[in-house]
Design a protein around this ligand. Sequence first.
Ligand code: IPE
Ligand code: IPE
Ligand code: MG
Length: 239
Amino acid sequence: MTQTTAGGPQHVAIIMDGNGRWATSRGRPRLFGHHAGARRVKEIVTACPDLGVKYLTIFAFSTENWKRTQTEVSGLMTLFRRFIVRETRGLVNEGVRVRFIGDRVQLDKKLVKLMDELEAVTEGNDRVHLTVALNYGGRDEVARATRRLAQDVASGNLEPDDINEETLPKYLDTCVLPDPDLVIRTSGEARISNFLLWQSAYAEYEFIDTLWPDFSRDIFGHIVGKFSGRNRRFGGASV
Ligand code: IPE
Ligand code: IPE
Ligand code: MG
């Protein structure tokens, strides 16, 4: 199963990191960096069709990010609400289908309503599939999936012998998405911080020093272009 990536990545996932440091280095509050980071999202989403990227998944807020100060957390939640309200029309017009992954139970009801509405209003779109990971953690996702899977076993809808690599991911938040081909993390940290643990088993990784608010369409294009030269073996032997 050796595969040289003749084409570009179909699905790119991004850990958008470095907003806080970007703001701090300018003597500004961390939320200033988050606002600058949000502006980059639009630019990167609109770059996808030209780069042949059909699926873009972005890490916006992790299940661990609740540990931050109340000011930062509530500022981020307000930013997410405003982002949805402000960008809905543009996303619809650009043919972007939006989905959210993560646990919605802990999120503010007003925010969840906006998320549901954005998913519904973009449901017919197919040009770019944007997935936003909000209150997302890979371990939490696997735990929630396992809970639902166990319920199906308990109710007799699933046989334990039928649990395998094909059936288990149907219970994940990402059940309708292909696995990411390329995961990019900005800001110089070389870790995945609980992002898409199951799905990225064979992803290519790119860790770059650029802070997220400085991540441009050109940098994105360069990284996507580099991907094509990689030899993905999926455990097979090199040819
Ligand atoms: C990423 O930037 C955005 C979120 C995690 C919400 P950070 O806020 O983690 O920025 P740094 O890592 O502190 O610079
Ligand atoms: C990962 O960044 C989460 C998001 C980008 C939303 P963090 O800044 O939270 O990760 P750590 O704490 O450096 O691992
Ligand atoms: Mg960070």
